[in-house]
Design a protein around this ligand. Structure first.
Ligand code: AGP
Length: 593
């Protein structure tokens, strides 16, 4: 994964790199580093820690003419200072930062070792620096050519920013990992996404795989497959990138509480109240109608959102399935003749999903990307794309983007069936979420009872099982409590053996048909001395329930269970004193397979 930034020309590069890396640390935050060119000399500072720690370590400097920076999510080699980027070549000709994975690095390392190169780190990145140096020394010292030759050698994914001793250009290359260029006033920049460059430039160049070249302060030289190409500029609006906590202690809390506003925005963007028409691309709706099967692909929270998509499609009589992207990519099963794929991803950069999209595109099949980032890789390569308008989501734990994804799928259902009811139902959902926000103190009290537990279970039936999956993912990722989700009826087929005295079990009720059997399941667990807590809508609630939600339309009801689970995870993590927005070992955008 990892985030990279770089720039050349007239700019405050200390500030640009450090603040840029802070904005990119959703891509990983286990080590960080910077290299800058000042008075003809390249200085490198690295830390086996966060960007904040790097900030403390880098001395104040001004007048640098070029800099690169990196925040890392370790793939090869532990998160130590020696493995942090920038990495450099044997003779300190090349300094570079890398996002991606070099699959053939062992073979290349052996080749380089045979030529006398020695390696300091355990990374797959260091070999790129050495390869560049090797080709440069062998080809008559032409760096652009060395870059082309190195790209030919590399298998895997990379976004690279490269500084070369004695060279006044900042080189770059991209394959498989995201990279954007930005053109400023007397300076040029690059970064893994546009956020570090917002406010400095409004003109961006989205790079395609195989693109490479160099930046000069007033010039972008772009190449692909040996030919120079003209950069295509696009603009981004600064208001789309709200990085302010706005008084909240954590982004996760802020983002949960933005959910009502996110749903309103979604409706505003996809429904015209004057005409009663949905505003989806008509050819996309036609393609969905004509498909004989809908296949949803996604990972993590987005996968759990896609489970609602399956139910919505089935409701309108359309066969549908959902697969975890990393599984389907290696077993791309499709039993229908005219499938349409719906790829759901907050970031639009998830490598497992991009791997699926490559297969789908190579077969010429239509695919719809449901994303939260307009210019993301998935969106750009999809046949159709829909934005979920959740706004920038900073906390690693997805919250508002999940609600927006399911909201979008509900609106899509409305558009496909020609019914405006989902718009009204989403208004009901907004009311239900506002009610939970007003009563979050009750969930905080409940967290007090749960936070010291080693294990926790979420149990549901039907839609509330889908909610249970998401609640357990939220709890485990930010509180590090081992959490599982089970369909109520399955518990006694094995998992019940795990129940000990006071093991917390949260029973999630969302519909009348399954309320009673679920209560019976929870009762069975109470009898085994589990500490059970039931969450139910008002009309299905009973004395002693732990939390009561508002009654809304049954097919959206279990989203209120999820909001409950988001708060529960938040407060448990808070009580444990954990880094809520940046849990250990995780990154917001998972750009390695
Ligand atoms: C969510 O809380 C997780 N951090 C993670 O499961 C995430 O949903 C998953 O990595 C998919 O990301 P995407 O939506 O950006 O594709």
């Amino acid at each position: 994964m990892c985030g990279i930034v770089g720039g050349i020309g007239k700019a405050d590069f200390r500030n640009f790199v450090i603040s840029g890396l802070k904005k990119l640390d959703y891509r990983g935050y286990d080590s960080a580093g910077i290299a800058y060119l000042l008075d003809g000399e390249i200085t490198v500072v690295k830390t086996a820690g966060t960007v904040e720690m790097l900030d403390e370590k880098v001395s104040a400097f001004q007048g640098a003419s070029m800099a690169i920076g990196h925040t890392r999510w370790a793939t090869h080699g532990d998160p130590s200072e020696v493995n942090a980027h920038p990495q450099w070549s044997e003779h300190k000709l090349v300094y570079l930062v890398h996002n991606g994975v070099i699959e053939n690095f062992r073979a290349l390392k052996t080749r380089l070792k045979a030529r006398g190169y020695r390696f300091l780190s355990k990374t797959d990145t260091e070999i790129i620096a050495d390869l560049l140096e090797f080709h440069f020394e062998s080809n008559g010292r032409i760096f652009l050519k060395a870059l082309e030759e190195t790209m030919d050698d590399l298998e895997g994914s990379y976004a690279l920013a490269i500084m070369v001793s004695g060279d006044e250009r900042l080189y770059f290359a991209k394959k498989g990992s995201p990279l954007l260029l930005g053109s400023g006033d007397g300076a040029a920049f690059l970064a893994s996404d546009c956020v570090p460059m917002m406010g400095i430039t409004k003109r961006f160049v989205d790079l395609n795989d195989g693109d490479y070249g160099y930046l000069e302060p007033e010039r972008i030289a772009l190449f692909n497959s040996g030919r120079q190409i003209r950069p295509v500029f696009s603009e981004r609006k600064i208001e789309d990138f709200d990085y302010d906590l706005r008084g909240y202690p954590h982004f996760m809390l802020k983002e949960i509480e933005e959910e009502p506003q996110v749903l309103s925005r979604l409706v505003d963007n996809y429904f015209d109240p004057e005409t009663g028409d949905y505003l989806f691309d008509k050819s996309m709706l036609r393609a969905i109608r004509e498909a004989d099967e809908i296949i949803f692909l996604a990972c993590g929270t987005s996968h759990y959102a896609s489970l609602f998509g399956v139910s919505f499609m089935e409701f309108m009589g359309k066969p549908a399935r959902s697969y975890v992207a990393s599984e389907w990519a290696y077993h791309p099963v499709c039993l229908s003749k005219r499938p349409l794929y719906i790829l759901i991803s907050q970031s639009g950069e998830t490598a497992d999903l991009i791997a699926c999209q490559k297969i789908i595109n190579s077969e010429g099949r239509p695919n719809l990307a449901v994303v939260n980032v307009k210019d993301s890789s998935l969106a750009r390569r999809a046949t159709y794309f829909c934005l979920v308008y959740a706004g920038l989501e900073v906390a690693v734990a997805a919250t508002k983007s999940y609600i927006a994804q399911v909201g979008l799928l509900a609106l899509l259902l409305g558009a496909l069936t020609g019914s405006s009811s989902p718009v009204r139902h989403i208004e009901g959902l907004i009311g239900g979420i506002n009610d939970i926000i007003a009563r979050k103190g009750e969930i905080e009290n409940l967290a007090e009872k749960v936070y010291q537990s080693r294990d926790a279970f979420f149990v549901g039936r039907g839609d509330s099982f889908k909610a249970a999956l998401e609640c357990s993912l939220k709890l485990k990722e930010i509180s590090y409590i081992h959490a599982e989700a089970y369909p109520g009826g399955e518990i006694k087929h094995g998992p019940i053996a795990l129940i000990e005295e006071n093991t917390p079990v949260v029973g999630l009720i969302s519909d009348g048909a399954t309320a009673l059997p679920l209560r019976n399941n929870i009762e069975e667990l109470s009898s085994r001395k589990a500490a059970t807590y039931i969450v139910a809508p008002a009309s299905l609630s009973a004395k002693g329930d732990a939390f009561v939600t508002k009654d809304i339309k049954p097919y959206l009801q279990s989203l209120l269970n999820v909001v409950f689970g988001q708060y529960l995870a938040y407060y448990v993590s808070l009580k444990k004193g954990l880094p809520i927005d940046k849990p250990r070992n995780l990154a917001k955008s998972v750009t390695v397979e």
